[in-house]
Design a protein around this ligand. Structure first.
Ligand code: NAP
Length: 242
């Protein structure tokens, strides 16, 4: 089966390309296309499935450029969905930062597309892929770091995200929280990593932060199982002999 992958050179997309091997068709950059351009790209790929990872993914960039963010993160996904080809689209746990409750959050919308709300993801750098930094890299590189003792949020090994993507494509349409679960705070997770790897990093508490704590039982009930946050980090530490 041919699978069109957008954002194929990005952090998540590059790992999904590797996971899908011969089935994957990398989409060209979508930075300056209109709806017609999207249709042409999809038609040319003759794909039965689209995995959409292209996005303006950095929150502060989105805040500085709301129009660009709307184009990249709202219009492009709508245009892809309108092609009528089945789509698996990545979204983020950051959508919950505007919610009033404390979490864990459940999902309650049912579009035809499969929408995956991912947690913050990490991996070691990959050759040929831009390395923007992530939880693990930041912990390894920085001498001082701040996380919240009050914020519940999971982090996920991106190789598990890629490894489960074929199963995710078989889900019925709808929105799914997609990633590791966690009952530690960000500070506690970082402190666990600091101690486990004996990192020479100074930890500080940022103070209160809104929880981004996701309930992933909807995918678990459909047979998609992630390691929890600490197990995922342990797996990554073993994979790279850290
Ligand atoms: N990384 C994480 O920890 C994380 C956490 C939660 C959710 N997510 C979600 O997962 C998806 C993939 O994230 P990622 O970290 O892989 O993203 P990324 O590496 O920052 O970007 C993926 C690709 O998006 C394309 N892109 C960038 N700006 C664009 C724009 N303005 N218009 C159209 N395309 C643009 C780029 O491809 P070209 O250079 O080819 O244009 C880039 O390689 C996103 O939806 C993100 O919100 C990521």
């Amino acid at each position: 089966m041919k699978i069109l992958v957008t954002g194929a050179r990005g952090f998540v997309g590059a790992r999904i390309m590797e996971e899908l091997g011969q089935d994957a068709v990398p989409a060209p950059s979508l930075r300056a296309v209109d709806e017609e351009g999207i249709r042409r790209i999809v038609d040319a790929a003759q794909a039965e499935l689209i995995i959409h990872t292209a996005a303006m993914s950095d929150i502060s960039t989105c805040e500085k450029d709301p129009d660009g963010s709307y184009y990249a993160n709202v219009e492009i996904p709508i245009w892809l969905a309108r092609t009528g080809i089945k789509c698996v689209m990545f979204s983020t746990d950051q959508v919950y930062s505007g919610c009033a409750g404390e979490g864990p959050y459940t999902v309650d919308i049912q579009p035809e597309t499969i929408l995956l709300r991912a947690t913050w993801m990490y991996d070691m750098p990959k050759y040929g892929v831009m390395n923007r930094g992530n939880f693990l890299i930041n912990m390894l590189r920085q001498s001082e770091i701040s996380f919240s003792f009050a914020q519940h949020r999971a982090v996920t090994y991106v190789r598990e995200v890629a490894g489960l993507i074929r199963q995710a494509a078989l889900l019925p349409g709808g929105a799914y929280n997609y990633g590791s679960e966690n009952d530690l705070t960000m500070f506690e997770t970082a402190e666990w990593l600091r101690q486990t790897l004996s990192l020479p990093i100074k930890m500080q508490d940022t103070g209160p932060r809104h929880n981004l704590w996701m309930d992933c039982s909807k995918i678990r009930n459909r047979g998609i199982h992630f390691s929890d946050t600490v197990e995922g980090l342990q797996k990554c530490i073993r994979d790279y002999s850290l």
